[in-house]
Each structure stands twice: as C-alpha cells, then as structure tokens.
Design a protein. Sequence first.
Length: 79
Amino acid sequence: MKKLDVEEARRAARKNSRDIRLVGEMPSYDVVVLENRLTGERRRVPNKVRLFANNDLAVAFEMVNPGPGFEEEDQTEEE
C-alpha cells in the first residue's frame, strides 16, 4: 500500500475519471474489492483506507497500489 495521502488521491481520482464500483467484501481480511468498470481492473482495498477516503470509492481506489491481480494465492506453506 502506498503512503496514504488523501488529497493526492482526490486529485488522481479527478484526473483519471474512472468508473468505480464495489464488487464485494472480504470480511475475514477486512477489505473490499473495487473495480474500474472501464478497464475491469480490480483492487483489494482495506476498510481503513475506505474510511480515510470518507467512503469515496474513486479516492479509495487511487490510494491502493495496483496488485498482482486475483490469481491464486501463493500456496507455499511448509508442512
């Protein structure tokens, strides 16, 4: 996660003019999944980031670095 600068994220949200929607929640991880409807890009956003953004989904989307995607989680636990 990048440094939480709400004003910078607000500027980026205005500049990028994305169409963001809430896809779902992952309560066990305390995150929500947001999607840019125009590109299909999804980001996992911690609920605390959404609170910092005052529940503005576009700003919260900008506050989180793009992740590696939604491929399978690394399954390299030692047995």
